[in-house]
Design a protein around this ligand. Structure first.
Ligand code: ZN
Length: 101
Protein backbone atom coordinates (compact mmCIF):
# COMPACT_ATOMS: atom_id res chain seq x y z
CA UNK A 1 0.00 0.00 0.00
CA UNK A 2 1.31 3.40 -0.99
CA UNK A 3 1.56 5.99 1.75
CA UNK A 4 1.78 9.60 0.72
CA UNK A 5 2.76 12.42 3.00
CA UNK A 6 0.66 15.39 2.15
CA UNK A 7 0.29 18.98 3.24
CA UNK A 8 -3.32 20.00 3.69
CA UNK A 9 -5.96 19.24 1.12
CA UNK A 10 -4.05 20.08 -2.00
CA UNK A 11 -2.01 16.91 -2.01
CA UNK A 12 -0.06 16.39 -5.19
CA UNK A 13 -2.45 18.61 -7.10
CA UNK A 14 -5.08 15.91 -7.15
CA UNK A 15 -8.66 16.90 -7.69
CA UNK A 16 -10.50 16.05 -4.53
CA UNK A 17 -14.21 15.49 -4.59
CA UNK A 18 -16.57 14.86 -1.75
CA UNK A 19 -19.17 12.23 -2.38
CA UNK A 20 -20.87 10.82 0.63
CA UNK A 21 -22.42 7.41 1.08
CA UNK A 22 -21.58 6.18 -2.35
CA UNK A 23 -21.23 2.50 -3.04
CA UNK A 24 -17.63 1.41 -3.17
CA UNK A 25 -18.48 -0.76 -6.14
CA UNK A 26 -19.43 2.39 -8.06
CA UNK A 27 -16.34 4.28 -6.97
CA UNK A 28 -13.81 1.57 -7.63
CA UNK A 29 -13.43 2.09 -11.36
CA UNK A 30 -13.04 5.88 -11.46
CA UNK A 31 -12.04 7.03 -7.98
CA UNK A 32 -9.26 6.50 -5.51
CA UNK A 33 -9.79 6.64 -1.78
CA UNK A 34 -7.28 7.98 0.69
CA UNK A 35 -7.38 7.75 4.45
CA UNK A 36 -6.45 11.06 6.03
CA UNK A 37 -5.08 12.11 9.40
CA UNK A 38 -5.07 15.90 9.71
CA UNK A 39 -2.88 16.23 12.82
CA UNK A 40 -0.22 13.92 11.36
CA UNK A 41 -0.65 15.25 7.82
CA UNK A 42 -0.75 11.72 6.51
CA UNK A 43 -2.63 10.41 3.53
CA UNK A 44 -2.68 6.71 2.76
CA UNK A 45 -4.12 5.11 -0.32
CA UNK A 46 -6.98 2.76 0.47
CA UNK A 47 -7.23 -0.45 -1.49
CA UNK A 48 -10.87 -0.21 -2.57
CA UNK A 49 -10.94 -3.61 -4.17
CA UNK A 50 -9.62 -5.28 -1.05
CA UNK A 51 -12.27 -3.47 1.00
CA UNK A 52 -14.96 -4.65 -1.37
CA UNK A 53 -13.76 -8.18 -0.83
CA UNK A 54 -13.96 -7.90 2.94
CA UNK A 55 -17.01 -5.65 3.32
CA UNK A 56 -19.14 -6.90 0.47
CA UNK A 57 -20.78 -5.30 -2.53
CA UNK A 58 -23.09 -3.11 -0.44
CA UNK A 59 -20.25 -1.33 1.32
CA UNK A 60 -20.31 2.47 1.11
CA UNK A 61 -17.87 5.27 1.74
CA UNK A 62 -19.44 5.65 5.17
CA UNK A 63 -18.30 2.15 6.01
CA UNK A 64 -14.80 3.08 4.98
CA UNK A 65 -14.87 6.30 6.98
CA UNK A 66 -15.87 4.37 10.09
CA UNK A 67 -12.76 2.20 9.73
CA UNK A 68 -10.09 4.81 9.09
CA UNK A 69 -7.38 4.65 11.69
CA UNK A 70 -4.05 6.43 11.55
CA UNK A 71 -1.05 4.14 11.86
CA UNK A 72 1.07 6.92 13.31
CA UNK A 73 -1.15 8.20 16.13
CA UNK A 74 -3.68 5.32 16.28
CA UNK A 75 -6.62 7.69 16.21
CA UNK A 76 -9.77 6.94 14.32
CA UNK A 77 -9.88 10.06 12.21
CA UNK A 78 -13.01 9.16 10.23
CA UNK A 79 -11.59 11.27 7.44
CA UNK A 80 -11.22 10.18 3.86
CA UNK A 81 -10.57 11.85 0.54
CA UNK A 82 -12.23 10.64 -2.59
CA UNK A 83 -10.13 11.52 -5.59
CA UNK A 84 -11.29 11.35 -9.16
CA UNK A 85 -8.83 9.24 -11.09
CA UNK A 86 -10.75 8.71 -14.31
CA UNK A 87 -11.01 5.48 -16.24
CA UNK A 88 -7.88 3.42 -15.52
CA UNK A 89 -6.49 6.34 -13.52
CA UNK A 90 -6.40 8.54 -16.64
CA UNK A 91 -7.04 11.80 -14.78
CA UNK A 92 -3.85 11.27 -12.79
CA UNK A 93 -1.53 11.54 -15.74
CA UNK A 94 -1.72 8.08 -17.20
CA UNK A 95 -3.26 9.08 -20.50
CA UNK A 96 -4.48 7.03 -23.35
CA UNK A 97 -5.18 9.43 -26.15
CA UNK A 98 -6.89 8.92 -29.44
CA UNK A 99 -4.79 9.81 -32.46
CA UNK A 100 -7.30 12.43 -33.57
CA UNK A 101 -7.91 16.01 -32.33
ZN1 ZN B 1 -2.32 10.49 12.88
Amino acid sequence: MTVRLAQGNNAAGLVTVYLYSMLLAELASHFELYAVCGPCRRMARIDVHRLLDSLGARATTDDVRARVRCRACSKRTGDIRIVYAGPCGGARGFHYRGSGA
